[in-house]
Design a binder for this molecule. Structure first.
Ligand SMILES: NC(=O)C1=CN([C@@H]2O[C@H](COP(=O)(O)OP(=O)(O)OC[C@H]3O[C@@H](n4cnc5c(N)ncnc54)[C@H](OP(=O)(O)O)[C@@H]3O)[C@@H](O)[C@H]2O)C=CC1
Ligand SMILES: O=C(CO)COP(=O)(O)O
Length: 332
């Protein structure tokens, strides 16, 4: 599989925080880049003011970055495609753009989630929709605001074909975005999806004032659950110890800059949860809990996050239940 992102234009699908930050880093590095967003105001602001005030307020973008509402224009002649729309609508966006996507070109999925309705990872959604476009994923500890400000960031770019992964990683790396390559696509996707659920748990603990010790315990034991689910779905343990696993867990479970952590914090404080920024972990929690149940995997923290989000349990009840579970050997 050959791609020509070093020569061809990069098409970035999605004009939110992460799509804009990624497109901006490519444009700033001198790569021809065209961002597709459905929102005309976003496109006008990027082209006219080098800004995306809705999703990256106060951040100056590179004047070389171009955006369009015309998907055909963005995709025609593209050498690389990055999809940066949320996981739950990735399939429907793909379907709507299918006629414009060049056959055979890999699609680098940047969403972090599992499709709630089907339990499919985004790569499987892509394969079901456009079987001729090989899936790849870009994931790791990377706040959009950090990258958009030009701060150094490292991620993993995964594809099942090792050479394709290396080629994509080389072509998407910039002086500000260091891309490692990996062939464990499943592991990279699962790491990114499940850390969001654990960031909700860590945020809820912080919001409820449970203390730093409880937060560290939740993250550590939650990571055990992430690795169990990963193993059941075919992820390699080493991948989950990497950037798109432990690395992203450290970032999002320890910072209010994370929208998932902030959502959990609001939940823990009993604040209203309507009209908040995207928190992918909310949708992923329920499907992750279901996957754990179906595979008979012990995942009490992920299951508890799902139950709290559904209003089936309170944080106080959850703490009581987790603390009084039968004692066990830590490594079992
Ligand atoms: N923000 C971050 O720091 C990072 C985010 N990610 C992941 O990237 C993915 C996207 O996140 P992010 O950019 O932050 O999310 P945002 O909420 O900032 O933006 C979402 C974007 O998706 C667009 N969108 C939503 N529905 C549709 C649709 N049906 N058709 C076309 N476009 C649509 C929105 O358009 P509109 O404005 O018109 O609604 C918006 O441009 C998520 O999976 C997230 O986990 C990964 C790493 C870092
Ligand atoms: O995935 C992210 C950082 O790696 C962004 O996390 P949030 O979606 O929780 O803000």
């Amino acid at each position: 599989m050959s791609v020509n992102t070093s020569n061809g234009r990069i098409a970035v699908l999605g004009g939110g925080a992460w799509g804009t930050a990624l497109a901006n880093t490519f444009a700033a590095a001198g790569r021809p880049t065209l961002l597709w967003a459905r929102d005309a105001e976003t496109v006008a602001a990027i082209n006219g003011q080098a800004a995306n005030p809705r999703y990256l307020p106060g951040i100056a973008l590179d004047p070389a970055l171009r955006a369009t509402t015309d998907a055909a224009q963005a995709l025609q002649g593209a050498g690389a495609i990055l999809s940066v729309v949320p996981a739950q609508i990735f399939g429907s966006v793909l379907q709507s753009l299918a006629d414009h996507i060049p056959a055979g070109l890999p699609i680098v999925i940047c969403a972090k989630g599992i499709e709630r309705a089907t339990g499919l990872l985004p790569s499987a959604v892509l394969q079901a929709t456009l079987p001729d476009n090989p899936p790849a994923a870009l994931s790791g500890p990377s706040f959009a605001t950090d990258l958009a400000r030009g701060l150094p960031t490292a991620v993993t770019v995964a594809a099942r074909d090792r050479e394709l992964a290396a080629e994509l990683a080389a072509n998407l790396s910039t002086p500000r975005l260091r891309c490692y390559s990996a062939d464990d696509l499943t592991g990279v996707e699962i790491g990114g999806a499940l850390k969001n659920v654990l960031a909700l748990a860590a945020g809820a603990a912080a919001g409820a004032g449970l203390g730093a010790s409880a937060q560290a315990a939740l993250i550590t034991r939650g990571f055990v659950e992430l690795r169990r689910i990963g193993a059941a779905l075919g992820a390699q343990g080493e991948t989950l110890m990497g950037l798109s696993g432990l690395g992203d867990l450290m970032l999002t479970c320890g910072s209010g800059q994370s929208r998932n952590f902030a959502y959990g914090e609001a939940l823990g404080r009993g604040e209203p949860l309507e009209n908040r920024p995207l928190a992918e972990g909310v949708a992923t929690a329920s499907i992750a809990a279901r996957i754990a149940r179906e595979h008979a995997i012990a995942a009490p923290i992920i299951t508890a996050v799902d139950a709290i989000l559904k209003g089936e349990s309170t944080i106080a009840q959850t703490v009581e239940a987790l603390m009084t579970r039968p004692l066990k050997h830590e490594a079992d």
